[in-house]
Design a protein around this ligand. Sequence first.
Ligand SMILES: *[C@@H]1O[C@H](CO)[C@@H](O)[C@H](O)[C@H]1NC(C)=O
Ligand SMILES: *[C@@H]1O[C@H](CO)[C@@H](O)[C@H](O)[C@H]1NC(C)=O
Ligand SMILES: *[C@@H]1O[C@H](CO)[C@@H](O)[C@H](O)[C@H]1NC(C)=O
Ligand SMILES: *[C@@H]1O[C@H](CO)[C@@H](O)[C@H](O)[C@H]1NC(C)=O
Ligand SMILES: *[C@@H]1O[C@H](CO)[C@@H](O)[C@H](O)[C@H]1NC(C)=O
Ligand SMILES: *[C@@H]1O[C@H](CO)[C@@H](O)[C@H](O)[C@H]1NC(C)=O
Length: 290
Amino acid sequence: MLALLGLLLFLVPAQALTAFPPKFQAGKLSQDVVVRCDTSEQHVSWTLNGDEEPMAELVPEGQKLTILGLDLPATGNYSCWAGPVLLDSTYVVLSNTREEEINVSCQAESYNGSFHCSWPGPASAIFRACLIRSDGAVGPWVPVAGGQGRFNASLADPLFCPFGEELRPLQLHLEGLSDTSYLNLSRHFFLRDIVRPEPPQELMLQQRGEQLQLAWAPPASWPLPKSYFALLYHLQYELHNGTQVEQFVEGAEEAPVPAGAGRVRISCRDPYSPPAWSPWSAWMGLGAPQ
Ligand SMILES: *[C@@H]1O[C@H](CO)[C@@H](O)[C@H](O)[C@H]1NC(C)=O
Ligand SMILES: *[C@@H]1O[C@H](CO)[C@@H](O)[C@H](O)[C@H]1NC(C)=O
Ligand SMILES: *[C@@H]1O[C@H](CO)[C@@H](O)[C@H](O)[C@H]1NC(C)=O
Ligand SMILES: *[C@@H]1O[C@H](CO)[C@@H](O)[C@H](O)[C@H]1NC(C)=O
Ligand SMILES: *[C@@H]1O[C@H](CO)[C@@H](O)[C@H](O)[C@H]1NC(C)=O
Ligand SMILES: *[C@@H]1O[C@H](CO)[C@@H](O)[C@H](O)[C@H]1NC(C)=O
């Protein structure tokens, strides 16, 4: 496998893929692959990456072409022709038989069925993603943004019910294609397990008599009503003498500021789901020492 990966790195791609080819076929290393030309023509000729005499072991027969013992040089764009007329093309790649250990991390900011996932991968690869929804229906393929070896996809289950108990996990299916190889992986998870709110917003200081009070609002993307979609808040104060003071607040959006506080930041999480705290808000200064 290491040798194969080495080869993958040194092989000059015939054409870098920019989108999923309309027809592609993944075969196992050293196994025969049959490519079909979708045509009614009786006699067709074949090219591989535009080459009429490729090095690969090929056996044409009618509208079929058998690739004997698929290997790296035999991967690529197989086109069938009637004279100068292009009839059909199939992109042939090696299927990646390794158990995929790609670290796909997914996050939702809310319970409305939208989430995004990201994972590392070779810069030359392209991916597409599809969601098998909570009702079992297969969603459309969605394109995946990639660059600098990281890929991102945004998905949504339009039937997701934020108020119901989530009985079946969502199933994410990913397909990746490089110039020479194909990989295929699935992830199952509950939306409730990937929820991570955005930071609380609108931090504000209020004077209540002698007491300074901090007020804030839930993240804009957090669902309503508040009575159902509660949030637990974590306030972190830094006092002027350098000490840090932690405060936890649930069921309220304000709290008294401790004496001697120099600055504060705030984060939140769903009190009932696994502890995925939101990112911190920016520090907010609370004024000079009194
Ligand atoms: C394969 O080759 C054909 C003929 O040159 C071309 O039309 C097609 O775009 C190529 N497909 C890919 C995925 O490169
Ligand atoms: C997976 O990726 C996430 C996000 O990039 C990272 O926080 C986490 O540590 C990674 N886990 C492993 C096992 O590499
Ligand atoms: C993918 O998402 C990360 C974090 O959300 C972002 O920093 C990065 O720019 C995104 N990459 C692409 C290619 O969209
Ligand atoms: C992708 O993976 C699934 C499940 O592992 C498998 O059934 C399917 O045939 C694979 N698709 C391709 C094109 O290899
Ligand atoms: C869910 O909420 C997010 C954040 O407010 C928003 O970007 C997204 O479009 C919403 N998705 C759906 C399916 O309503
Ligand atoms: C900083 O001030 C707080 C509150 O006045 C006090 O409880 C704490 O002991 C002080 N810490 C240091 C290191 O002086």
